[in-house]
Design a protein around this ligand. Structure first.
Ligand code: PHE
Length: 371
């Protein structure tokens, strides 16, 4: 038998020598040939068996490892020859082991892939795509049109001091107008010891934007307002308003009428005509209530028709006190107008919705019908 075939290829001479050497021989002496070990390996069918096989021969306490340790009992010449034999045997076994281990790994991966198999030819369930609510859609369109007319966009704050909501825009706290607004108060108090409020109108930001951007100014503020109102088809406790503030030299009511008609025509995508009625708002003088109607073609008769008038906004020339409160001297020739449009009402008009409470009801049948 070729000595190369032995796992432990000590000659008898060296074996006897080692047994009688002063060192203690502690490992179990045995002889097994390479073919036998590999036959064992090829019979292995599980990962656990493979691991046991590895530990038996190549592990820390495996016979090959121990044989290397025992090598020190041999004469230097024997050690050299046997060492080489042992090393080549060790690498041959390691190679075979690795191959077997790879086979197991591949089998495992294939089994996993098989389990997770995705049939890409199967028709998929259609994903539902989200869409904007009517209010958001309209608000964005209004913003775009305002921007195209040179207005910048500002949101302002929903929670404001009582001062900002009322006094800064010329509404004395004792004024009946404060009742008209049915304010929602918060328990938190400001520096003046007054409760904060949920803004009842976007006009509460007039003072802040004028101070921020100074004059001349063209700003729209589209966002939420809150009132402790009875809810009905045209009133909700939370609603969207868009405030417009336009201040420059020699601005007149005629300028306002042109701007608002152009703006509303853009938003409703129809030719809009406004009617201005006197209206009372403490922060403007004179003040107006604005009703709008538009031209449309009757689908039944094909004839031009005028829609019903709908009250859409409050507006007016900014009161000198409001300008003064923001630090602008009204006597220096700066004048301007402000308007506050109900975004919910514009949306209702645009889409022919009879009750503005639908917009925030969360009723998907309503929302989906405009998707
Ligand atoms: N703030 C008023 C309201 O909420 C609307 C308005 C804004 C009126 C600006 C005049 C000028 O009803």
């Amino acid at each position: 038998m070729d000595s190369n075939e032995f796992i432990y290829g000590f000659t008898l001479k060296s074996k006897i020598k080692s047994l009688f050497s002063s060192q203690i021989c502690f490992f179990v002496f045995f002889i097994m040939d390479k073919t036998q070990i590999l036959t064992q390996l090829s019979a292995i069918s599980t990962k656990d068996e493979l691991e046991t096989w590895y530990q038996t021969y190549l592990g820390k306490k495996g016979s090959i490892t121990l044989a290397f340790k025992e090598m020190w009992n041999l004469s230097p010449e024997d050690r050299k020859i046997k060492g080489q034999e042992l090393s080549s045997l060790k690498s041959a076994l390691e190679r075979e082991y690795q191959q077997k281990a790879d086979t197991f790994l591949n089998e495992e991966i294939n089994a996993l892939l098989e389990k997770d198999l995705v049939d890409i030819s199967l028709p998929v369930k259609k994903l539902e795509q989200g869409f904007y609510s009517l209010l958001v859609k309209t608000r964005r369109e209004m913003e775009e049109i305002a921007q195209s007319m040179g207005f910048r966009i500002e949101i302002g704050k929903e929670v404001v001091s009582k001062f900002e909501n009322f006094e800064a825009v010329n509404i004395p706290i004792s004024h009946p107008a404060t009742e008209m607004h049915d304010t929602i108060y918060l328990t938190k108090k400001d520096d003046r010891g007054e409760n904060y409020v949920m803004r009842t109108h976007t006009s509460s930001a007039q003072n802040y934007v004028i101070k921020k951007y100074w004059v001349p100014i063209r700003v729209v503020l589209p966002w939420k307002c809150y009132r402790f109102d009875e809810m009905d088809p045209s009133h909700d406790t939370m609603f969207y308003q868009m405030e417009g503030v336009y201040i420059d030299k020699n601005i007149s009511v005629a300028n306002f009428k042109y701007v608002i008609e152009t703006f509303l025509s853009g938003v409703l995508k129809k030719k809009v005509e406004v009617r201005m009625r006197p209206g009372y708002f403490p922060f403007v003088e004179p003040g107006f209530e604005i009703d709008a109607r538009y031209e449309y073609i009757d689908p039944k008769t094909g004839e031009k028709q005028l829609s019903k008038r709908l009250e859409l906004l409050g507006a007016g020339m900014i009161h000198p006190n409001v300008l003064r409160n923001a630090g602008v001297d009204p006597d220096e020739g700066r004048t301007g107008f402000a308007f506050g449009i109900g975004i919910n009402r514009v949306t209702a008009m645009k889409y022919g919705v009879k009750d503005i409470r639908y917009f925030t009801s969360g009723d998907l049948r309503f929302t989906r019908s405009f998707a």
